[in-house]
Ligand binder design. Structure first.
Ligand code: ADP
Length: 324
């Protein structure tokens, strides 16, 4: 007989956001102005915070051999150009188990591209982003949230801000729970936070949006006070990620905690935050959501991503994540 769990309807998670081709060059050092330098290697991969978070939700709810049978339905809404980069992104998301029927292919504008220079001696990177088709997502497309209505909507800040604000308004009106990952951070109007179910941000974003310095955010005793700034604006669950240090979480009802990062060998931290968001989201749609469990699972999943080069390709499948 089927288990009780298998009789429950799948929860739909919709991600609206950016899709970028990451063109990463690896170099011994960053060239100076006017200088031409040979890169050691170059790789083109699927990226963009929206796409990464969709891939994370899908891969973390499936095993590689069971890509069509995840425990959640994951739908991506975004835009690419009618070009090779667009095809790469669509193919990659489909292979991860993401429903790509909400992705528009634009004929007049190219796919978003991130040109990344990684200096191998320091691991430091420099990124130039061309938004391309991501900027064709206009507010008028989101007067209402596209059907089917999700249990959870995930947003970042790599599409036009006015569009994100319109989506937040439409989702609120429809009573849809929202997870906002305000990256890259820009000042947001007060209404963006009102009745927001989940806010996940790193220390830099927390600093820009709370007004506390990064040093203050990293201070154990000030961290809960910085989180309170977001609760006072209307956020229910605040999660601040602190890279190799760990993760702080707090709920408006008063529960808070700190989870230490896993000790792992770091190869490339790209998409660590996006993996974290995806893993957390899979817990957030459960009826028995427990923020401590969600953060521990997300922390374990993100630790896997830092051990591999690249963005979506580095995100683990469900069976690759270690214990929490
Ligand atoms: P972002 O990638 O958005 O800048 P962070 O750097 O805070 O965000 O990383 C997000 C999460 O990824 C961390 O909270 C942690 O769980 C994991 N992580 C990041 N860097 C490391 C690391 N060096 N070792 C272990 N886990 C890490």
């Amino acid at each position: 007989m089927a288990s009780h769990e298998s009789l429950l309807p799948l929860r739909l998670i919709t991600i609206i956001g950016s899709l970028n081709a990451d063109i990463t060059t690896y170099t011994s050092r960053i060239p100076s102005g006017g200088e031409t330098l040979h890169a050691r290697s170059v790789k083109t991969g699927a990226g963009g915070k929206g796409g990464n978070q969709a891939a994370a939700c899908a891969k973390l709810s499936r095993t590689r051999n069971d890509v069509n049978n995840g425990s959640a339905d994951i739908r991506m809404i975004g835009a690419v150009g009618n070009d090779q980069h667009g095809q790469l992104l669509l193919n990659n998301l489909r292979a991860s188990g993401v429903d790509i029927s909400g992705i528009t292919i634009q004929t007049e504008i190219e796919t978003g591209v991130a040109i990344i220079l990684v200096e191998e001696s320091t691991g430091e990177n420099r990124i130039l982003l061309n938004g391309g088709a991501n900027y064709s997502l206009s507010p008028s497309l989101f007067v209402t949230i596209p059907n089917p209505k999700p249990s959870l909507l995930i947003l970042q800040l790599e599409i036009p801000l006015q569009t994100t604000l319109q989506i937040l308004k439409a989702a609120r009106e429809a009573g849809i729970e929202i997870l906002l990952n305000p990256a890259p951070a820009i000042e947001l109007p007060a209404e963006a936070y009102a009745n927001l179910r989940h806010l996940i941000l790193n220390e830099t974003e927390a600093s820009i949006l709370s007004g506390y310095s990064v040093e203050q955010i990293k201070n154990d005793s000030l961290l809960p006070i910085a989180a309170r700034v977001f609760h006072s604006r209307g956020v229910h669950n605040v999660v601040i990620t602190l890279g190799s240090q760990g993760v702080f979480y707090s709920q408006d009802a008063g529960l808070s905690g700190f989870v230490k990062a896993k000790k792992v060998e770091v190869v490339d931290t790209t998409a660590a935050g996006d993996t974290f968001v995806g893993a957390y989201a899979l817990e957030a749609v459960k009826v028995d959501f427990d923020i401590d469990v969600a953060v521990r699972k997300a922390n374990a999943a993100a630790a896997k991503t830092v051990g591999k080069r690249g963005a979506q390709v580095a995100i683990p499948w469900a069976d690759e994540v270690g214990p929490i």
